[in-house]
Each structure stands twice: as C-alpha cells, then as structure tokens.
Write a protein that binds this ligand. Structure first.
Ligand code: AMP
Length: 540
C-alpha cells in the first residue's frame, strides 16, 4: 500500500520559514561587550534574503561553497540561512586552526567566497593569498581591510552588498538529500576530514535536539550557543532555535567567564551550550564574585567528558548541566544524559555522569577485537559504533574505509552501553592507557583528580614504560593560591581507583594544552614528555 502523505522535503528553508515568518518577533541578540545589538527574526529573514541575492550576484551558483570565518553573531546566522537555503553549501571555517590546516581545508572544500568578521581580518590575511579558489571576501563590520588588499581577491563590505540587494529572494525548491553545510573534523592526527550535512540530516537533528529527551527547546526559550558556530554547527543550536522559534543570544567574541556572566545576567538565556572548560571558568567566576544565572534551565555540556565535580558545582548554584555526547560526524548531538524514570539519588547521578542515552532515531553498539559485536550489557567494553539519519556515512572526497564498518560509523570512542541505551565512555581509543595488558581510563583518573579542591585541571596520558609497556603520567594544574604535592594527590586517589592504576609519574604544569575546540590536546603532552620538556616527579 502506498502512503497518502505528501512527499514534502525536510529542508533548512522550511526551518527558516517557520522561524522568520511564524516567529518573526523572536530575536537574535549579539553581545557587544557592554550591551547588545538586536534583530527580530523577521529582519533576520529579510537580511538572509538580501545576502542570498548578493551572493547570487557575485556568481554563487549550484552547490558552490561559501565559507565563514566568524564569531557567533547575527551575521553568521544570516549566512547559516542564506547559503544553504539558496542551494549553496555553508562551510564554517574554524578560526582557531593553524594556518596550514586552514589553507588545506579551504582548498579541499574549494571555497569560492569567504565572509569574515572585521575583527578576524588579522587571522585571515596571512593565509588569504593561498586560498586558491576564493574569489570574493565579504567583510562584516567596520574594519581596516588593508591587510587583505594584496591577496588578489575582490573585497566587499557586507553591509553595502546587503543594502544593494533586493529585500526578497526566490528560495529554490531543494532536494532534502542535497548538501547544506560542511564542517571539518578537529582531529589531532592527519589532515582534517570534511563532513557534509544534508538538509534532511540537519532538519532531523534539529527536531531531535528540540525534543524533551534532549534539550526540549520551545518558542519560550532563549538559546545561548557559546560553542562556536564553526564547531559542528554550534551543536545544531542555531537551527534548533529557529525550528522552535526560540530567540538566540550570541556571545560574539566575548567568551571569557566575566563577559559571559554579564551577558547571561543581561539577556537571561534559558539554554546555554558550551564545553566543560568554559563552564569550569564560569563556575569559578561565580563562586568568587557571585552572579545570577537563574535564567538557565538547562546547560547542555559535552565535547569532552564533564567532570562530576563540575556538575555538582553547578547544581549548588541552581543550574542544571546535562551531559551530552557527539562528534562532528554525528551532527553532533547523539546522546544526552537525563536520568531514566524513577531514578533518584546515586542512581540518577550515575545516569547524569554517563555520556547519556542514545537519541531516538540513532543506534549504538559496542564492538570488540576482530570487529566482534559485543553485548550492550553495561559491562562489555569496546569501540562505540553508531548509525542513523544524522550520522555521516563517509568523508568528503576522502576514502577512509577504516572509519566505517558495515554502514556504522566507528567513533574511536571506547566504552560500554547499558541495555537501556546509556553510554559510558572510558576513553578515546588512542588515549586508553594499556598497562601490562590491562586498560586504564585516562578520563576516570582525570575526573577524580579534578574533584580535588586544589586541582584546577588535570590531564592523564600514557607514556612508555619498560616494565608495563605503558603507564599513566598525571599532569596537574594547581588552583591559584593552593599548594598540593604529588604524594598528597596520589593518596587522594587511593581507594578511588585500583592501586595498580595509580600514576607514579606526576608533572605540575601551568595549563593543559588545548585543541582548536578547547579539548585537552594530549598529543602535545605526549610530545612534551617525549622531548623531556616536562618536569616529572616520581612517586613510587
Ligand atoms: P568533535 O568532532 O570535535 O566534536 O569531537 C568528538 C569527540 O569528542 C568524540 O568522539 C569524543 O571523543 C569527544 N567527546 C564529545 N563529547 C564527549 C563527552 N560528553 N564525553 C567524553 N568525550 C566526548
């Protein structure tokens, strides 16, 4: 029997129409440091139409790539709508990557246009001459464009182009499976790989994050994406907010704890997403200076494991962190950690500190040696594989068959899945420490260490060991004004983890090196150790 339902495509255009037409009074707010700029979604819709018209006039056609080199702000949101909805492909460039990686990525994606925030011109200028396919650069805001002048590209003022373009655009009918946006993985080894989202995948991901098992976003919410719009589409928060008609509060370049707290107090967001390091800074700031974060009803947090101490610290100030897991390849949100019905006390906490329950529509499994599928019994440890309509099935122009397994994505994350779908990660496959044939979870050690009151940050990596092949090295950043010794920390860990897992190598460092998206960069720590740059003490 054939269904009688209309075959209506799932596109970002449909999300845009609801946001700007039905919820035209909602707004996008951009923080300026001491105040806010505001634009209604109705205005946003008109400006997106003008941008699409301007891009078309510059020759953007078909699925050409339009890159952004921008902070989280209203103009970036305009590109988020205009570019995919005109049929082109939005390519968000990560402003924190090293120059050679950016050059590689922009050339690999064959970007035609770059839209750049004026404040980021100094970062773009040195690489622009090497971006072979880029023809035009659109500069947002008042800025000195002189550093871009000799790159052989046509420069335009974003506002002038918008002013000259028509106020409406004839949005094309799009195939839901066509490419809408792309993002390169922030992987710390090899060249970054391109993930291409379709309209359909972005639509389904938006519906999923708006659902109550995820973030439950509705038209009464005000959503603050702190996570950059160049990192996995800011966890899909912008499209999710538009789909729900929720307003967006954008931090622009003000990402330190103090301005963020002022922004939260002034604009009273209800949902705010950021990685654990940002929230740890915010918590410290709030504890030292006090602040009113009571507008926040949910803080989705992920990107790396959220320490339990951070969640408990937020509970104490009345803000609920909900742990989420995902990756660029999974659009990115794939699981969120809400306790199941009836779970209370420690049971609820067990669920909350897990990486969460798989979202409806996706499937997860645990795979062991020789690609053997292991039971999802909460005990069997293996690599997590995932599949579903917003999980990538390949990389752009890169054959990488070892990342896929019978239609499943190999995540590179190691852990267990419970029968009721809760994921507990113990490590990245490459970060697991193998000591005398037994696995030590670097993440577990880090979480225990970061629960110590004197420890600000801790990262644990495996280092070569003659006897055990590999042993953990604990690198620790001590809180300002605190004094703690390696021996005391080792004693603190005793009883929390098996004795054989206790690190004997310790190093006190100024700060844990971070990747372009704020994760601990363990590759750098391993290199520093190998080259003798770390001051290592032994506590046997
Ligand atoms: P990215 O593609 O940059 O978002 O990185 C994805 C990777 O970040 C995942 O494969 C995990 O290793 C890590 N990650 C993301 N969320 C979490 C989490 N909640 N807990 C632990 N690791 C996480």
């Amino acid at each position: 029997m054939r269904s009688t339902m209309q075959d209506f495509p799932l596109t970002l255009t449909s999300i845009m129409r609801f946001g700007v037409d039905v919820c035209g009074d909602s707004e996008v707010v951009t923080w300026t440091g001491d105040g806010s700029r505001r634009r209604s979604y109705a205005e946003l819709g008109e400006r997106a139409a003008r941008l699409a018209g301007a891009l078309r006039a510059l020759g953007v056609d078909g699925d050409q790539r339009v890159a952004t080199f921008m902070w989280n702000n209203a103009e970036h949101l305009e590109a988020y709508l205009a570019v995919p909805c005109m049929g082109a492909v939005l390519h968000t460039l990560n402003i924190r990557l090293f120059a050679d990686q950016l050059v590689y990525i922009a050339n690999h994606a064959e970007d035609q246009i770059v839209i750049v925030d004026g404040s980021l011109i100094p970062l773009l200028a040195p690489i622009l001459p090497q971006l072979k396919t880029v023809r035009h650069v659109l500069v947002v805001g008042e800025a000195d464009t002189a550093p871009l002048a000799d790159a052989g590209k046509e420069l335009h003022s974003y506002e002038d182009l918008l002013a000259a373009a028509p106020a409406t655009f004839d949005w094309p009918e799009l195939d839901e499976r066509s490419a809408a946006a792309m993002c390169y993985t922030s992987g710390t080894t090899g060249n970054p790989k391109g993930v291409v989202y379709s309209h359909r995948s972005a639509y389904l991901h938006s519906m999923s994050i708006c659902s109550a098992n995820a973030m439950g976003i509705s038209a009464t919410d005000r959503v603050l994406p702190v996570v950059p719009m160049f990192h996995a589409n800011s966890w899909g928060l912008p499209y999710g907010a538009l789909m729900a008609g929720a307003s967006l509060v954008m931090p622009d370049r003000h990402l330190q704890a103090e301005p963020l707290v002022r922004l939260i107090e002034a604009e009273r967001p209800t949902v705010a997403g950021a990685v654990p390091t940002i929230w740890a800074d915010v918590l410290r700031h709030v504890k030292e200076n006090g602040a009113d974060l009571s507008s926040l009803r949910i803080v989705p947090c992920g990107g790396s494991a959220v320490p339990e101490s951070l969640m408990r610290g937020f509970d104490e100030i009345g803000v609920r962190i909900v742990h989420a897991w995902g990756m660029t390849e999974t659009s990115p949100v794939a699981s969120m950690a809400h306790p199941p019905a009836g779970a209370e006390g420690e049971d609820a906490w067990r669920a909350r500190i897990s990486q969460g329950r798989v979202l409806s529509g996706l499937e997860m499994r645990v795979v062991g040696d020789e690609d053997k599928v292991l039971p999802s019994d909460g005990e069997a440890v293996g690599e997590i594989e995932i599949r579903g309509p917003w999980i990538t099935g390949s990389y752009y122009k890169d054959e990488d068959p070892e990342k896929f397994h019978d239609g499943w994505l190999r995540t590179g994350d190691v852990g267990t899945v419970t029968p009721d779908g809760f994921l507990n990660l113990s490590d990245r496959a490459k970060d697991v420490i193998k000591s005398g044939g037994e696995w030590i979870s670097s993440v577990e050690l880090e979480n225990h260490l970061m629960a110590h009151p004197d420890v600000l940050e801790a990262a644990v990596v495996g280092v070569p060991d003659d006897r055990w092949q590999e042993r953990p090295l604990a690198t620790v950043v001590v809180r300002e004004g605190a004094a703690v010794t390696a021996r005391q920390l080792k004693e603190f860990l005793t009883g929390l983890i098996p004795k054989w897992q206790l690190p004997e190598r310790w190093s006190f460092i100024e700060a844990v090196p971070k990747t372009s998206v704020g994760k601990f960069d363990k590759k750098v720590l391993r290199r520093q150790y190998a080259e003798g740059e770390l001051d290592v003490q032994r506590v046997d």
